[in-house]
Structures are given as structure tokens and as C-alpha cells.
Write a protein that binds this ligand. Sequence first.
Ligand SMILES: Cc1cc2nc3c(=O)[nH]c(=O)nc-3n(C[C@H](O)[C@H](O)[C@H](O)COP(=O)(O)OP(=O)(O)OC[C@H]3O[C@@H](n4cnc5c(N)ncnc54)[C@H](O)[C@@H]3O)c2cc1C
Ligand code: FES
Length: 427
Amino acid sequence: MAQLAQRFTRAANLSLQENDAIREAVSIFQPGEISLCGGGKVMAEDEEAKKRNFAEGLPVRDLADGAIAVGQAGGEDGVLVRRGDEFFAVGASCSHYHGELSKGLVVGDTLRCPLHHACFSLRTGEALRAPALDPIPHWHVERIDDRVFVREKLPDLSRKQFCGSTECQKPPASVVIIGGGAAGLGAAEMFRREGYDGPLTMISADDWPPYDRPNLSKDFLAGAAPDEWMRLRLPDYYRDQKIDLLLNARVSVLDIPAKQVHLESGVTYGFEALLIATGSELVRLQIEGATSSQVHYLRTFADARAIVSRAASARRVAVVGASFIGLEVAASLRSLGIAVDVIAPGAQPMERVMGPEVGLMVRELHESHGVVFHMGETVRKIDGSTLTLTGGGRLEADFVVLGVGVRPSVTLAEQAGLTTDRGIVVN
Ligand SMILES: Cc1cc2nc3c(=O)[nH]c(=O)nc-3n(C[C@H](O)[C@H](O)[C@H](O)COP(=O)(O)OP(=O)(O)OC[C@H]3O[C@@H](n4cnc5c(N)ncnc54)[C@H](O)[C@@H]3O)c2cc1C
Ligand code: FES
């Protein structure tokens, strides 16, 4: 829920204070042992505390169970965390987008980033869950009597040796991953991290190596993120990790008995193990008179570049859909000074996900940033730059962005005879 709140407040280009207030208001604690920084157990985090040198030791009594202290470890910003009688020292900054881990959650022996919930092992610094890919530093901690000391930095242990000692652990002769999104990349990364050294092929219909798709509707659309920032990994990474990345390559047939994938281009790849990470595909709307030059969708980097290019000379844009993508597009375009009308069914934006009260709050936030809502209707017809709404009203727009949802991309799996149920059923 906190992630959800972060997302919609960011969508409205709100200040950090507004964002924090809303995140706190809607945060629902997950079950299990959780400590929330900012609560009673946590030390006051101020600039002085950040300068504290952990090497000089910290009184145990200053660190309650589950608390996170900030300070310096070997000249780097770090956090010292207590879990029961154990103490851990890890980096203070999330390896995803530098979220302040001192404001995160301690769950068991993991630390969750407050921004997008990356999860790090307190024992090794390893990035255990998306969206972070890289580990954070970790240090040896020693307790002497009633003080804890942070000692030397420990090596990154996240890359393991493949054991292969039993039949079930025997590595596959080759692995093919269909999909070059975050999931495909995360899987490839984990294969290598777990010590798999065999042939690894990633097949992607995209024209770009795995990129930060969530950013397409946010900083990238708002002009605050250049192309280079969008890559999840630099080109060298694929070479160094021996990941054979095929771009502009769409799998058209999956032949499971033959253990082969056939590309639209006619090329065939064999595999011993296959991972399907085809993500989602756009829901498209048929609108009378809509031409491809007038209507944009936002799913791929190419889509985002097309919108950025149109936005450069646009004064007024209509966005159809008032859920995450629609509102993020609206907020980003507003930040560029473009007038934005949002048209959507339902009484309030995000109502289906958040309910009417939060929906109204979201609407008012966006209105305070200049977005004009036309709720309870949709677009019936597009004639050049004139939109006719189902309620009879008319709007002018240089172009239209449709953000009306996605559905799981399961056609390939269905054709191959795999069981699907709004996704691929797995054991
Ligand atoms: C504009 C935008 C903003 C978003 N913002 C957020 C956010 O703020 N927070 C959040 O949690 N989520 C956000 N999302 C959703 C998030 O991006 C997805 O949940 C995530 O991308 C899913 O990753 P994935 O790898 O499973 O699938 P995808 O990213 O959909 O990747 C699927 C990959 O499979 C490839 N593919 C599909 N079919 C084939 C085929 N037949 N052959 C070969 N390749 C194929 C595609 O080309 C693509 O490379 C956003 C999405 C968009 C579009
Ligand atoms: S900044 Fe930590 S998960 Fe994104």
C-alpha cells in the first residue's frame, strides 16, 4: 500500500512532504515482525547523527530492537540495525534510486526500501527482491560488552557457485528467457548470481535492452531523465555476464515437446529450460475517427519517445483513463506546461483501486496542479483535433494518450497448451 501511495503521489508531482504525509496516512503494516523507521523505536535522524562514526562504537542501549541508526562506516554512509541480539551494518542508500534506507522497514533479517520496496539482506547486503538489482555494502559488526562497533567492509557474496551435487540441482544445458522486461532481466541476473554458467538467451520483442518501464510515464516523460538513465543495465553487462540478448525478436510459436521457440523472423532456438516473462500487453480502444497519428499509447520506450516528440510542440493534450498511467502522463505533461484534460468513466480517478474517498483526494491533488477532469464519460469520436465526449461535450487536443489498461500477455503460452488463468498457472 505504501508503494501504491508513493506511486500516485509521485504521479501528481507532489512535494516530498505531501508524499510522506499520504504514504503515512495509507500505509498498512505487513504481517510479521516489522519496524517502521520514524516510529517510537527509532533514533532521531538528523545531520549530526549521520556524521556519527560507527567505528567508535555505539551504546547497545541506544539501539532498540528493530531500530535503525544512521552514521558513517569506513567513511561511507551506513545504517546500523538491531534485530533481537544481532546487529547489522549495511549501506544507507538503496541501489535502485537511492532511497534512504534509514526510513525503511526492518522485516526479519531484511531491510525494505521506503520508496519502491526493494528488499536487502541485512546479513549480506544482497538485493533479494526487485526493483533493486545490485547489492548494498555491508560491514562486519562486533559487540564488546555494552557497545557495538562497525569494523571492516565485507566482500559481496551475492554471486554463488552452482552446487550441482544432486540430480535435482543439475544445471540445464541451456536456458531461454522470452521477455526483455524487468522480470526477464531479473531472472537472467539471478541465474548468473546463483552460479549458472551455461548458455543464457534472452529474447525480447522490444527495440531497447531492458529499461526502467515505470519511469516512462514519470521523469522520462517530464523531460527529467535522459535516455541513458533508462537502461537497467549498461551494454557491457550483457557481454560480461554472457547473456545473449536478442532485440526486435518476437517469439511466434512455442513448441514445448520439441523444446524450441520459433521467432517471427524464421529463426529457431532450442532450450533445455524456458522462462516465459512476456509481461503485459495494452488494452486498445476503438474510437470513431481515431488515427494512429492522433492517438498514442504508453507501454514501450518507443511509445514514450513518440509522446515526448509530440509534446514538444503541443499546447493541449487529452488523456483517456484516470488510473496510474493516465494520471502519471497527465502530471508529467502538466509539468511541461501543457494543458491536460483527463477523461474517464467512474466518479473519481483511481476509484476502482483506491475507493471514492482516496480517489477524490487524488483528483483534488491533480486539480491543484491544473489538470481538468471529465469524469463519468469517455471519448466517442475524434475528428482531427476535436474530441466529442459521450456526454456530448467537445474538447480540443493536439493529441490523445490512451491509458486504459493492460492484460497479461499469455497468447504464446495458451497456444503452447499451458494452463492460463489471468496469467500462466505455475506450481
Ligand atoms: C508507463 C508505465 C509506468 C509504470 N509505472 C509503474 C510504477 O510506477 N510502479 C510499478 O510497480 N509498476 C509500474 N508499471 C508496471 C511495470 O512496468 C510492470 O509491472 C513491469 O514492466 C512488468 O515487468 P515484466 O518484465 O513482467 O513485463 P514487461 O515489462 O511487460 O516486459 C515484457 C517483455 O516481454 C517481451 N515480449 C512479450 N511478448 C513477447 C514475444 N512473443 N516474444 C518476445 N518478447 C516478448 C516484451 O517485448 C517485453 O520486453 C508501469 C508500466 C508502464 C507501461
Ligand atoms: S529507491 Fe529503493 S526501491 Fe526504488
